[in-house]
Design a protein around this ligand. Structure first.
Ligand code: NAD
Length: 315
């Protein structure tokens, strides 16, 4: 597909704003749509057209009618696992109803592709084999995981019913500049800010729990790639779902040490009781994503250095 017009929902957020930049660099005309609940307009480069709107709003149809988009890239979401546990209907209103609102307009106005952002951290549940292949059994343990997986199933059904082409990206733990240090997922942002401010780092449990940390610019590149990729006619959910991670497990202890090394600031680590309900280990097998031609350009260290430099400069 040659570059055309793309609507990036959640475009003023952490990952969405990098995705807008990557589409711009690839020659797309980019519109970002965001209700600014966590996103910030300042995250967006000036060449991106901005629309402030909730994805659940009836005005979405008009946006599609006027915008004549070729592609929707859907990043807007309720992203907090604990919020989804406390308010599952609120989570579903954004993460399921909001998606359906966008999908209905995508079908009505004949868009070429719907890029849906899922999560490899929550759709599989507690993994038995690492790194987790995309075909691993699904077992979401939170309403957030259920809503992400449900949206993938809806898109699969709409592909068969209406021919809407879609692709799902299942991210591991994304980190980089502009991540909100207050969110639960943002351990790199939280640690960076605390190191910068001379505060102790809290590590829960023994710190041996692992995650697969991937740098946001590599994630943005994967979005552009799957927008252009020739996709198979899917027989099952996993045929058009792509894991996006490094495939490397890094423990919280290792992450803390690496960041302290990057910052060059001695920092005390405080042990806190383990948090119930946390996955113990995770990393994603991304061989199908790599087969499309994707590969991370950043290592954990180079990504951490760029992130820390950004956060240190924010003081
Ligand atoms: N950060 C991660 O490690 C990670 C991992 C897996 C999946 N994801 C997914 O990536 C996407 C982006 O996450 P992020 O980390 O950049 O978070 P973020 O909070 O920075 O981005 C979400 C954006 O969506 C906007 N938004 C929220 N609800 C909206 C609504 N109802 N209408 C319009 N806009 C709305 C927010 O204002 C924000 O700008 C989400 O779909 C998330 O589930 C993130």
């Amino acid at each position: 597909m040659s570059p055309g017009k793309v609507l990036v929902t959640g475009g003023a957020g952490f990952i969405g704003s990098h995705v807008c930049e990557a589409y711009l660099a690839d020659g797309w005309e980019v519109t970002a749509l965001d209700n600014l609940s966590t996103g910030r307009k300042e995250n967006l480069p000036p060449d991106v057209r901005f629309i402030e709107l909730d994805i659940r709003d009836d005005g979405i149809r008009e946006v599609f009618k006027d915008g004549k988009f070729d592609v929707v890239n859907h990043h807007a979401a309720q992203i907090d696992v604990r919020t989804s546990v406390d308010k599952p209907r609120y989570d579903a209103s954004i993460n399921i109803d909001g998606v359906l609102n966008l999908v209905e307009s995508s079908i009505e106005f004949g868009l070429s592709r719907f890029v849906f952002i899922s999560s490899g951290g929550v759709v599989y549940g507690e993994p038995t084999n690492l790194p987790v292949p995309r075909t691993a059994p699904k077992g979401p343990l939170s309403p957030y995981g259920v809503s992400k997986l449900t949206s993938e199933y809806y898109l699969q059904a709409f592909r068969k019913l209406h021919g809407l082409e879609y692709v799902a990206l299942r991210y591991s733990n994304v980190f980089g500049p502009r991540q909100d240090p207050h969110g639960e997922a943002g351990v790199v942002a939280i640690f960076s800010q605390r190191i910068r401010d001379g505060q102790t780092l809290s590590v829960f449990g023994d710190g041996k729990q692992t995650r697969d940390y991937v740098f946001v610019k590599d994630v943005a590149a994967a979005n552009v790639l799957v927008t252009h990729a020739d996709l198979p006619e899917p027989e099952g959910l996993d045929d058009v779902a792509f894991n996006v991670g490094m495939g490397i497990e890094t423990s919280v202890n290792e992450l803390a040490a690496a960041l302290i090394g990057v910052a060059g600031i001695e920092t005390e680590i405080k042990r806190e009781p383990a948090r119930p309900g946390e996955l113990f280990r995770n990393s994603l097998d991304c061989k199908e994503t790599r087969a499309l031609g994707w590969g991370p350009a950043y290592t954990l260290e180079t990504g951490l250095a760029e992130t820390y430099e950004f956060i240190a400069g924010q003081r």
